[in-house]
Design a protein around this ligand. Structure first.
Ligand SMILES: Cc1cc2nc3c(=O)[nH]c(=O)nc-3n(C[C@H](O)[C@H](O)[C@H](O)COP(=O)(O)OP(=O)(O)OC[C@H]3O[C@@H](n4cnc5c(N)ncnc54)[C@H](O)[C@@H]3O)c2cc1C
Ligand SMILES: NC(=O)C1=CN([C@@H]2O[C@H](COP(=O)(O)OP(=O)(O)OC[C@H]3O[C@@H](n4cnc5c(N)ncnc54)[C@H](OP(=O)(O)O)[C@@H]3O)[C@@H](O)[C@H]2O)C=CC1
Length: 498
């Protein structure tokens, strides 16, 4: 009888959710093979309490764990805590900062992304990505009387709601808040909550998922300053005290339709003789100029200037392809990610990629799009492992069902938020209709319809509609005859479509 042929070793780079899920899945598929998980961060990210809420929607917690926990669960996984210095794909070999080299048969790159900062290198501009950067932010916030948050996506939305005891100027390019997740209607629904609410309610609802210090202590190591850690995720602020030195809860001013034009240090600003604007609540009728001295002054493209202690650049991410992948001829997408096909293969032989580092370049389902999110990092890591396993055995596999429909569940301003399909009519042009149902302070429901079919939905609050709408989007049933009944609160829509 022919001896079993070894298909490994498999090497996975990255101890974030994509890399860990990929390594776990490979370990399950090939219990007799060695799986090497290489990570620059001192702890790994593990998915716990995974719950498939419906066909595509999933919920889970994320824990930072010492690598030994993973190694104990999967004896064929070995975690190496060192950064990859250089990939030599032609030699099927990676070179490590600790001086070692590892040969692979198949490699999966899950090195994540890093914050795309508005002013790289400026010490007054902070980005938030991993545990270390979040803790640095917390430290700076403790002594800050005023900060500016730039950007209008996930991080900014979470920060403006969480920060207390510090004035916040929120500078956004758009007319309305949360452009990556919401249209103007949903933004209006949330803005009223932001402007009115005090902080008690949200504190009562929090679950603390991160046990950052504990996990670090157990692992006995510290992240090195030059290395990137894994990205934070759901409820990342739960373990942080985001409180400034003042006694008030929220104090937010939103500057819309503007970007940062220039950042001045205090000395530099003095000689410009320009006049900074006082924070709106300190302005009276005659005096609008800010008399206080600030470490930095920010000039916005709408002409206003504000002084502040520091800025947070919450302006998106760039896939982590440099410098260790330099010298390999990878096809890169416009957003800088490694292009991957429907089998999660990059353009180089035996090199796969998953999570924030990659850009999906297959023909997507009409109701799916890539967003650099925790859920997609898990799904891609899992599917990449399946593809690597199949290819090692000479097969190929069908695209996983999770890529049929975009589905994201999260929380903003303490509301449950569910986004399905083309929730913002992405790519549908003008050929679509919107249906809305809104009860101020309670729920906001929007569906995107095209040719009588449901293409996407935004559900804010406890609407209980996610499963039914998920089905309606997936089965593309013609709903023309139901018209407005679809959102009539007096009709039990679940019964309707049973
Ligand atoms: C503040 C914040 C809040 C977020 N909130 C949410 C949320 O509520 N919901 C949600 O769905 N998503 C959220 N996200 C996004 C989510 O965290 C990311 O999409 C996801 O974690 C990406 O996982 P990943 O495994 O691809 O990358 P990462 O988690 O970034 O992991 C990359 C790994 O690669 C390692 N690495 C990098 N370079 C090297 C190298 N040269 N050698 C070896 N190892 C290397 C790193 O150490 C790390 O372990 C949030 C992100 C941030 C920053
Ligand atoms: N609850 C959740 O689901 C959360 C998810 N995340 C994820 O974490 C990652 C990082 O979050 P975040 O940094 O908020 O990234 P996002 O991609 O969510 O948002 C970036 C925002 O910054 C804006 N922007 C980009 N460049 C500039 C600029 N030069 N000046 C002003 N604004 C700019 C973007 O506008 P435009 O789109 O017009 O370019 C967009 O509004 C994302 O993948 C995000 O999805 C983060 C927190 C919570």
């Amino acid at each position: 009888m022919e001896a079993a042929r070894s298909v490994g070793p498999f090497v996975v780079v990255g101890g974030g959710i994509a890399g860990v899920t990929c390594a776990e899945q490979l370990a399950v598929n090939f219990p007799a093979e060695d799986i090497l998980l290489i990570t620059a961060s001192p702890v790994i990210k593990a998915v716990t309490n995974f719950k498939q809420v419906s066909k595509v929607l999933e919920e889970f917690d994320v824990e930072e764990q010492p690598s030994t926990v993973l190694e104990n669960r999967f004896p064929n996984i070995k975690v190496i805590e060192s950064a990859v210095k250089q990939l030599k794909s032609e030699e099927h070999c990676i070179f490590m900062e600790d001086g070692h080299r590892h040969v692979y048969k198949k490699l999966c790159l899950c090195a994540g992304a890093k914050p795309k900062l508005i002013c790289e290198g400026n010490p007054y501009v902070l980005g938030i990505r991993d545990t270390d950067s979040a803790q640095e932010f917390q430290k700076q916030l403790k002594k800050a009387k005023r900060i500016m948050i730039v950007g209008n996506g996930g991080i900014a939305l979470e920060l403006v709601y969480e920060i207390q005891g510090c004035e916040v100027i929120w500078a956004i390019k758009d007319k309305a808040i949360g452009n990556t997740f919401f249209d103007a209607g949903a933004a209006e629904f949330l803005t009223s909550k932001l402007m009115s609410e005090k902080s008690e309610a949200k504190i009562a609802h929090r679950r603390t998922i991160y046990t950052i210090e504990g996990a670090r202590k157990e692992s006995g190591s510290k992240a090195r300053a030059d290395n990137v850690g894994s990205a934070l995720g759901p409820d990342w602020h739960g373990g942080l005290d985001l409180k400034g030195p003042e006694e008030f809860s929220h104090s937010i001013h939103i500057e819309t339709r503007c970007e940062v034009k220039k950042i001045y240090l205090q000395e530099e600003f003095k000689i410009t003789k320009k006049k900074p604007l006082a924070f709106p609540k300190h302005q009276d009728k005659s005096v609008t100029v800010d008399k206080e001295m600030w470490p930095v002054y920010v000039e916005l493209t709408n002409g206003t200037i504000y002084g502040c202690d520091f800025l947070v650049s919450a302006t998106g991410v760039t896939p982590n392809v440099h410098p260790f992948l330099h010298g390999n001829n990878f096809d890169l997408a416009e957003d800088g990610g490694l292009k991957v096909d429907d089998q999660m293969r990059t353009s180089l032989p035996d090199v796969y990629a998953a999570g924030d580092i990659c850009t999906a370049c297959w023909q997507p389902s009409p109701v799916w799009q890539q967003m650099r999110l925790w859920t997609q990092a898990r799904q891609m890591g899992w599917y990449a492992a399946k593809c690597m396993a199949a290819a090692s055995l000479g097969h190929s596999i069908d695209m996983d069902f999770s890529f049929e429909l975009f589905a994201h569940v999260t929380k903003f301003f303490n509301y449950k938020v569910v986004l399905l399909g083309k929730y913002n009519a992405q790519g549908l042009g003008s050929d679509h209709e919107l249906m809305l149902r809104c009860t101020r302070g309670q729920e906001y429901v929007k569906v995107v319809m095209q040719n009588g079919r449901m293409m996407g939905a935004v559900l804010i609050g406890e609407t209980d509609l996610e499963e039914t709408f998920e089905n309606l989007i997936l089965n593309q049933m013609d709903l023309s005859s139901y018209g407005e009944d679809l959102l009539d609160p007096n009709i039990d829509i679940e019964d309707y479509f049973d």
